[in-house]
Design a protein around this ligand. Structure first.
Ligand SMILES: *Cc1c(COP(=O)(O)O)cnc(C)c1O
Length: 225
């Protein structure tokens, strides 16, 4: 199968599965947005997905996203690009220029840097807070106990937060983390819930995900060598 054909058939299977999961749960959202994670994949893969209606893409690195999407976005103004990887404060300028949604806000220093930059550029992406629901030492994300303080800071710095994002620990049952994130969002009056990847997006949808981030199930396994 050609690259474009396999992407097309993968996308249609995944869209159907998302819709099934959505209809089979009382907790599910009215709409689920499939974020196609194109990290490490060539621009041809993005174009292949775009050709069959995919408009929302996720990248985890600022520079890779810029290189891949700059020309494409100049041509196609309906692409929505999400940052789903950790953001360093020295990349904030490029991040605000490049992304429509930044899902990985997780610390005061970053909030302040983003706030300065959105005013400078007068460009206003949406922001999600990444929550380290498993409290893993090596993982990005704010600890659950520090979430409300960080949200207060976002408010006072003029950062509009629309949702929460998490990446559950690999060894744990993801549904616990999905329901926990959903509760945190409710408690804080936030609508968007970014959770679920290739291995567990249907489960995430059943627990109320509004955004699932799916890479390898669409584009094939990633090659990091
Ligand atoms: C790579 C990545 C994904 C997609 O992972 P797959 O297992 O390939 O679907 C989702 N979320 C984040 C934060 C990622 O870095």
């Amino acid at each position: 199968m050609s690259l474009e054909n396999s992407i097309s058939s993968n996308l249609s299977v995944i869209r159907d599965q998302i819709e099934d999961a959505r209809q089979n749960s009382v907790m599910s959202a009215d709409n689920v947005c499939l974020v196609a994670v194109s990290k490490t994949k060539p621009v041809e893969a993005v174009i292949g997905a775009y050709a069959v209606g995919q408009r929302v893409f996720g990248e985890n690195k600022v520079q890779e996203a810029q290189a891949k999407f700059a020309d494409l976005r100049a041509e196609k103004n309906d692409i929505e690009l999400h940052l789903i990887g950790p953001l360093q404060t020295n990349k904030v300028k490029e991040a605000i220029q490049t992304f429509d949604v930044i899902q990985t806000v997780d610390r005061p220093k970053l909030v302040k840097a983003l706030s300065k930059e959105i005013m400078k550029q007068d460009r206003h992406p949406k922001f999600y807070i990444q929550v380290n629901t498993g409290e893993e030492e090596q993982k990005a994300g704010v600890l659950p106990k520090d979430l409300s303080e960080l949200l207060d800071l976002c408010e006072s710095e003029g950062l509009k937060v629309s949702g929460l994002m998490c990446i559950p620990p690999v060894e744990e049952e993801p549904s616990l983390h999905f329901s926990f994130l959903s509760e945190l969002a409710k408690k804080n009056g936030l609508d968007s819930l970014s959770m679920g990847m290739s291995s567990d997006y249907e489960l995430a949808v059943r627990f109320g995900a509004t955004h699932v981030r799916v890479g390898s199930s669409i584009f094939g396994a990633r090659d990091y060598t």
